[in-house]
Design a protein around this ligand. Sequence first.
Ligand SMILES: Nc1ncnc2c1ncn2[C@@H]1O[C@H](COP(=O)(O)OP(=O)(O)O)[C@@H](O)[C@H]1O
Ligand SMILES: [Mg+2]
Length: 280
Amino acid sequence: MEIVLEGLDARHRAAADNGPLALHSLSLKVSTGEHLAVIGPSGAGKTSLLQVLATGLRPTSGRLSLDGLDPWSLSSGELRRLRSRIFYAPQIPPLPPRQRVVTALSSAKLSELSTAASFLNLVRPRFAQESYEALCAFDLGEKLWLRVDRLSGGERQRIGLAKAFMSSAELWLVDEPLSALDPKRSQQAIAALVEEANRRGVTLITTLHQVEVARQMFPRVIGLREGQLQFDLPRASVTDQALQHLYAQFEHELEQTSGPLHPEDSLTLPSSSAHVIACR
Ligand SMILES: Nc1ncnc2c1ncn2[C@@H]1O[C@H](COP(=O)(O)OP(=O)(O)O)[C@@H](O)[C@H]1O
Ligand SMILES: [Mg+2]
């Protein structure tokens, strides 16, 4: 899905009408199939940007175009169709605690089912094999029939990502997918996500706290600060100096989340799919 933002302003949902802008004069162009990481200190507007792209937050001014469509001038039916082409994974996935994993995953398919079939799916999940395969990519195949409340925070986060595999969306918007994962799991999860996005040719936009992951796994990295674009660079051009500038006065976030940029401390991430776990 092709994305164009021009001079876009947006406010957080909870902010007053005259409150500060979460995104300010943002212009951006993303081509179909591109992979982008969005980094920046807390409060920079990363989540707000994903929400605007997911058409969950209406910009206060400026232009948003998704494959040539302005979501906010569409009819409700057209907007629903557009939304069915977008997958948004919030940082904490909204998984019903008493539901089984297979049912929670199948919910990504509900837009393809009739209302009756959706209800039936709660009792007799229809997409067990597909759910199993999506889980395997995140090393969670054996959790298929467990209840969500039996899982750890990290497992739930990975199930939130596996949901992307169940959807037929052309744009994946993923908010801080690694926040509950240890380095090894982070490595596997991001590799699985990137690999599948590549295979399907979907456009992938991921916000990340881990700047090393952004630099190693995403060809293009965007730095946001105070709602504004600070840089938009190919990964090789994201220097330590650019990061220090982006995180000035927030150095603790840079250090805590990515290590102090010493090579021996940074994650060693696969450049290929070597770490993606296959179904057995
Ligand atoms: N609960 C809130 N109420 C009002 N404004 C908020 C709230 N949360 C965030 N904001 C505003 O939105 C801005 C961007 O927040 P957000 O998009 O969540 O940033 P990030 O994801 O980069 O941490 C914040 O700097 C703040 O101005
Ligand atoms: Mg956020």
